[in-house]
Design a protein around this ligand. Structure first.
Ligand code: SF4
Length: 396
C-alpha cells in the first residue's frame, strides 16, 4: 500500500507531511506504510527528528544507574534471553540484601541516581529452591523481597529504585510505587504468534500480550509513571510493531502515564535458543524508532546505545530523546556482550548531533509533580536528588 500522492516516489504525501509538521501523530495506516518502507528513510528520519525537536528541543537524557539483578531465576523461557537461569545452573544467583546495598553504595559514589532492579518473573512458582531461599530470607514471594529491597535502597542510599519484575497486579503496583518513582514492564509485542510452538514466547507464561497490557493499564489507573516498549526482531512482523505501538499509545491517551517508550533491538548471543536468528538491520531499527516518534510525538522515546554500537549516535537521527540507563559500574546483564559506552563518549557523540546530554532521574521531569505529591520518604529523597529543571542534581 502506498499512501504517497507526491510525485516523488517514497516521500510523505503532502497531507501527511503537513499533519506531522503540525505535531499531529502519525495515523496507524500511515505508520504501516512507513514501516514497510513506502517512505524514503531520509524523509522519515527528517520528520522524526523535527518532531523530537518540537517535543524536547536540544536535549537528550540518560539515567546514570546501577543494575541490580535481584534474581536471575525465572519461570519463563524466552527464546532470546541469556539472563535467566534455573536453580543449580552455573551463574544462578539471588542477591542478598548486603549485596544489593554494596552495589547501590558503589553506584552512589559514581554519581548514579537510579537503582534498576531487573529480575525473573515469579521464580518461586516454578522452583522449590527459590521458595526455600525466600523463606530463609524471611519473605513469602519474590515480590515481597523486591519490595523490601526497594525500601532498603530508599532508606539507606540516595538512589531511586526502578523495578522491572514482570507482571504485576494493581495491589503490587501500588506497593512497589510506594518506594519507586516509576515502574517498568516491556510490552515487547502484541503478536500472539510469538506464543506458538518454536516461537520466541512459546514457553513463557508471563508473555501473553493481554496480560502485559493489563499490568500497563492498571499502572495507568493508579497514575504510576510507567516505562514500556517493544522488542524488535523476535519474530514479529512490521505490522505487529505498529500494533504494539498503537496499543501503548491507546493506553497513554487514556491514562497519560507512559513516561517513556523503549525501542529495543534483538541481539543474537551464542547460548540462546534463538542463536541462529538474524538481528534487525540498522535501517529496520531506525525506521521503527522514527515511526514510534511520529506515532507518539509527545512521549519520551528511548533506545539503548550499547545495542546499536558502534554507531549508536545515528539513533538520534530517528528522533529518540533518551539513551536509557547507562551504568559507570555494572554491566548490562541482559546483554552482557554489549558494554555501555563511556559517559564521556556518550556526551561527545550526543553533542556532535547538536544536543545537550542531561542526566535525568528514574522519573522524567514532567512526571515529577504527581510522584512528589505523594507524601512520604520517597518524595523527600526525590526532592534531594532533583535540580530546579527536574533533572538529576548531580548532572554530568
Ligand atoms: S526475558 Fe525476562 S521473562 Fe523472559 S526468560 Fe528472560 S528474565 Fe524471564
Amino acid at each position: 500500500m502506498r499512501l504517497t500522492t507526491d510525485t516523488r516516489p517514497g516521500t510523505f504525501s503532502s497531507s501527511i507531511a503537513e499533519e506531522v509538521r503540525a505535531g499531529l501523530p502519525l495515523t496507524q495506516e500511515a505508520a504501516y506504510a512507513s514501516i514497510r518502507g513506502d517512505t524514503e528513510l531520509a524523509d522519515l528520519l527528517a520528520a522524526a527528528r523535527a518532531a523530537k525537536e518540537r517535543f524536547k528541543p536540544g536535549v537528550v537524557t540518560y539515567s546514570r544507574k546501577v543494575f541490580i539483578p535481584l534474581t536471575n531465576l525465572c519461570r519463563d523461557y524466552c527464546g532470546y534471553c541469556i539472563f535467566r537461569r534455573d536453580p543449580g545452573q552455573p551463574g544462578a544467583h539471588t542477591m542478598t540484601p548486603e549485596e544489593v546495598l554494596e552495589v547501590a553504595h558503589a553506584g552512589e559514589k559514581l554519581g548514579c541516581t537510579e537503582a534498576l532492579f531487573s529480575l525473573g518473573d515469579k521464580p518461586e512458582l516454578a522452583f522449590p529452591e527459590m521458595r526455600a531461599l525466600l523463606h530463609h530470607l524471611g519473605y513469602n514471594s519474590t515480590l515481597h523481597y523486591l519490595e523490601a529491597m526497594c525500601e532498603l535502597v530508599v532508606r539507606q542510599t540516595s538512589l531511586l529504585p526502578h523495578p522491572n519484575p514482570g507482571l504485576l497486579s494493581a495491589e503490587w503496583l501500588k506497593r512497589l510505587a510506594k518506594w519507586s518513582p516509576s515502574i517498568g514492564l516491556m510490552l515487547e509485542s502484541t503478536s500472539t504468534g510469538l506464543l506458538k510452538p518454536g516461537a520466541a514466547h512459546d514457553n513463557a507464561p508471563d508473555k501473553p500480550p493481554h496480560k502485559r497490557l493489563r499490568t500497563i493499564e492498571e499502572a495507568g489507573k493508579l497514575g504510576i509513571p510507567f516505562t514500556t516498549g517493544l522488542l524488535i526482531g523476535i519474530g514479529e512482523t512490521p505490522e505487529d510493531r505498529i500494533e504494539t505501538l498503537a496499543a501503548i499509545r491507546k493506553l497513554h491517551r487514556r491514562y497519560g502515564h507512559i513516561q517513556e517508550v523503549i525501542v529495543q533491538n534483538f541481539r543474537v548471543k551464542p547460548d540462546i535458543p534463538m542463536r541462529n536468528w538474524a538481528e534487525p538491520s540498522r535501517e529496520d531499527m531506525l525506521r521503527t524508532a522514527a515511526v514510534a516518534r511520529l506515532m507518539m510525538p509527545d512521549v519520551n522515546l528511548q533506545a539503548p546505545p550499547n545495542l546499536s554500537a558502534p554507531n549508536y549516535e545515528e539513533l538520534l537521527d530517528a528522533g529518540i530523546n533518551d539513551w536509557g540507563g547507562v551504568s559507570p559500574l555494572t554491566p548490562d546483564f541482559i546483554n552482557p556482550e554489549a558494554p555501555w559506552p563511556h559517559l564521556e563518549q556518550l556526551e561527545l557523540r550526543t553533542e556532535a548531533k547538536g544536543q545537550k546530554l542531561k542526566q535525568r532521574l528514574a522519573v522524567y521531569p514532567e512526571f515529577l509533580p504527581q510522584v512528589m505529591a505523594r507524601p512520604g520518604l520517597l518524595a523527600e529523597k526525590i526532592k534531594a536528588a532533583v535540580d530546579p529543571q527536574g533533572y538529576a542534581r548531580r548532572a554530568v
